[in-house]
Design a binder for this molecule. Structure first.
Ligand SMILES: *Cc1c(COP(=O)(O)O)cnc(C)c1O
Length: 400
């Protein structure tokens, strides 16, 4: 009898999950670079469109390479269903818009990726959906923001860029009481270190562009959850609005998944060492790392980001305050190994100044609301040698 993939360890899921070999028996997953599909008979086309015969009809609806990526990620996440999208933002947009309609209300943590904030603050109101932004770690604030028409809770945890942590199980308990759904953007934690569905979330979204690719190549995204909810909320929406992932990009992401566990664990191991070095440096006003006891939500991080027994509150990202924009720029400009880049989760270590890059579309006032003053730097730790990275960071910190 065939093995049950649900009995596999994470590492096995990442290599074997979703694998659907063609009759050629290729080793590596095939790339089905095709838009459409052909049918033996008119009756067969009729049956495929009716959904009474299994099989593909059009790549906007589904594609075998994309399906392998979806199945592998679903197996990793422990989700019944997965829908891949062309980017992380396509996933966030679809995840939200499939769950609300005009007159509904959303509560969201206010520390968010800039584009997520734009969807909630600027785009959704055009369709009659209002959002109240709350301080993510403050459970009383979530409860206090609830209105009779609240249908959705949205959060990013750890949040970009200051790695603030919301209590997923706590927020989900409030949502259950009022019958709202919970969507968690799990990009920073990765599926290796945090499983929001197991903590009570209804939907998890990813930008696969980040750690899942992890090698700077393609954009991608995914929405995961229970199959009934996924079908109701997203099946028609995805078919008719077309955020489909390209089969080629799906293949790149499948290959990314094979090494995800290895990469993210190594990156996090190095990050834990570097976070201590950064925190102890005289030029650093404040350092935020979920694995350090001085992180304001360390206890929550330790509880919900345990990554299968990993004690580090796993994160490959570190944020630190150098006191001023000038000091942050001096630091960035003195890096020799670490790249200045707004991407994250990559094999190459990257640092950015969020106030002038990823979070520049926010007003100064909005930035201050989330504690993002002008001296903060976000570091995404890659796969280079820890000693080389430490030397580079020390030199640049000295110069800051
Ligand atoms: C990058 C990112 C996104 C958007 O993903 P893209 O693939 O760039 O569209 C959404 N949420 C978070 C937390 C991100 O870091």
């Amino acid at each position: 009898m065939a093995e049950d993939p649900n009995s596999w360890e994470t590492a096995t899921r990442l290599i074997r999950g979703g694998l659907a070999r063609s009759p050629h028996g290729e080793t590596s997953e095939p790339i089905y670079l095709t838009q459409s599909f052909v049918y033996d008979t008119a009756e067969s086309a009729d049956a495929r469109f009716a959904g009474t015969e299994p099989g593909y009809v059009y790549a906007r609806y589904g594609n075998p390479t994309v399906k392998m990526f979806e199945d592998r990620l679903a197996l990793l996440e422990g989700a019944q269903a997965c829908r891949a999208t062309a980017s992380g933002m396509a996933a966030v947009h679809m995840a939200i818009s499939g769950l609300v309609r005009a007159g509904d209300h959303i509560v969201s943590s206010k520390a968010l990726f800039g584009s997520c904030r734009w969807i909630l603050n600027t785009w959704a109101p055009r369709f009659g959906v209002e959002t109240t932004l709350v301080d993510g770690p403050d459970l009383a604030a979530w409860r206090g923001a609830v209105r009779p028409n609240t249908k959705l809770f949205f959060m990013e945890t750890p949040a970009n860029p200051l790695l603030e942590i919301s209590d997923i199980a706590g927020v989900c308990a409030i949502a259950r009481e009022i019958g709202a759904s919970v969507v968690v953007d799990n990009v920073f934690a990765t599926p290796i270190f945090q499983s929001p569905l197991k903590l009570g979330a209804d939907i998890v979204v990813y930008s696969a562009t980040k750690h899942i690719d992890g090698q700077g190549r393609v954009l991608g995204g995914a929405i995961l959850g229970d199959s009934v909810l996924m079908e109701e909320a997203y099946k028609d929406l995805a078919r008719h609005t077309g955020p489909a992932l390209s089969p080629f990009n799906a293949w790149v992401l499948l290959k990314g998944l094979e090494t995800l566990d290895l990469r993210v664990r190594r990156q996090t191991e190095t990050a834990a060492v570097l976070a201590d070095l950064i925190a102890d440096h005289a030029k650093v006003v404040s350092c935020r790392y979920p694995g350090r006891p001085d992180h304001p939500q360390f206890e929550v991080a330790a509880r919900q980001m345990n990554g299968g027994g990993n004690e580090m509150g796993g994160s490959s990202l570190i944020a630190f305050d150098l006191g001023s924009r000038e000091a942050a720029f001096r630091f960035l400009n003195h890096l020799q190994l670490v790249d200045i880049s707004n991407n994250l989760g990559d094999a190459k270590s990257m640092a950015t100044h969020p106030p002038t890059t990823t979070h520049r579309s926010m007003t100064e006032e909005q930035r201050l609301e989330i504690g993002l003053t002008s001296g903060w730097v976000r570091l995404s730790v890659g796969l280079e040698g820890a000693r080389d990275l430490a030397r580079d960071l020390e030199r640049a910190l000295d110069a800051a």
